[in-house]
Design a protein around this ligand. Sequence first.
Ligand code: PGA
Length: 245
Amino acid sequence: MQKLIAGNWKMNGLASSLAEIEALKGLTGQATCDIVVCPPFTLIEKAVAASKDSAILVGAQDCHAQSKGAYTGDVSAEMLAEIGARFVILGHSERRSAYREADASVAAKAATAQKSGLTSIICVGETRAERDDGTAIEVVRAQLEGSIPEGASSSNTAIAYEPVWAIGTGLIPTVEQIEEVHSAVRKVLEERIRADGRSVRILYGGSVKASNAAAIFQVPNVDGALVGGASLKASEFAGIIAAAV
Ligand code: PGA
């Protein structure tokens, strides 16, 4: 399965950051994986223009569940698709915790994204306390059950397993822990969407860097990465992409 490497810029990036996309183009001409950059909303249209004639696709970091209406401050999947976004990250743990985004809301957003032709990257992952309690698998399973919409398929959905305690901390689960969760995610996907569940890409996210990417990509059922901090610098992000053979 072709790997998917997605960069989540979070609330980082001004117009000057588009130089990173220009640099990334030069560094990833030979890449054999799918590459997605998810800048803030304000840069999406410019990022689409900057990545023209390259393999780099552009995504957003969230969308609303409705396609339009009285939702001050929100942006719909349809609006994102219109300006050239192809992906949308949904249910990131920062949104689940800061905005109390529940699984049902993630599923509703993913359903709208699907209608607009966007591929959802649905994020799940346990907290430190849940990992220590031994409930990580249970938590991830429940999040998946609630967050995957009807109609999900390998062409409109990817899953990102991101242990909350590994995001931005430099901490990383053992390869055994990653393998255990990814195999549980695969099982849920096969239960939910049958044979096509085998082709849904499952990304690992949380402190992925050029120096640890190759080891992570060796783990069974790891089909790519969702990268935060290390996606902000083209040279570092390109190192991760190069490891995704
Ligand atoms: P990180 O973030 O790579 O900076 O740990 C990952 C994410 O939040 O998607």
